[in-house]
Design a binder for this molecule. Sequence first.
Ligand code: ZN
Length: 247
Amino acid sequence: MTDHVNDQLQPMPDDWRRALAVVAHPDDLEYGCAAAVASWTDGGREVAYLLATRGEAGIDTLDPATCGPLREREQRAGAAVVGVTEVEFLDHRDGVVEYGLGLRRDIAAAIRRHRPELVITLNHRDTWGSTVWNTPDHVAVGRATLDAAGDAGNRWIFPELVEQGLEPWDGVRWVAVAGSSSPTHAVDATPGMERAIRSLLEHRAYIEVLTDQDPEEYCRTFLTANAQAAAARFGGRPAVTFEVFSR
Ligand SMILES: [Zn+2]
């Protein structure tokens, strides 16, 4: 018999003021996290977004030189809907992001600039559970973010960052991985759901290529079904889930 008590997801820690969300592409946060972000910014917390790429390889019919700026605009609009005004891009190349020292250094630098207690990233594992393969960009950025949370606190790793005036920040207490098939924590998705839907809907050019469905109906169906799927493990409440790594 399943142990329903131990099966339950824990509420996300709430004793923090600043979060930095680090993902590979425009729309990565809107496909899951945005409802949680809306609740956090409602509560007066600061959330900033850092994207490794501009998603310029995301639309088959658009040349990257046209697609990058378009997706950047959509990302900034999507962030604004959930109260996020700081959106930064690292300009790694979409589709071929490499896990390595360069990526760790870039993310560690951002962590030192923003000084977050909570870092968010997207599923760094090979699959989304079962046999649904993840993309190499998500794996690279997720892993590098988990590593960079430590790098940011050590002055002897990437000493060139200190020379640039970026003092170590050892204040990251949690790295929370969205989209994990092994979640440990959750946030009630209900208060932020309508804004999450509008936030995803801002990626209209991308979504219109992806599906023939009405874009709003597509966003609503996808996000509410995802949140509802987690409800059984969160006291019946639709939820955004995270696998939380404490530091
Ligand atoms: Zn992505």
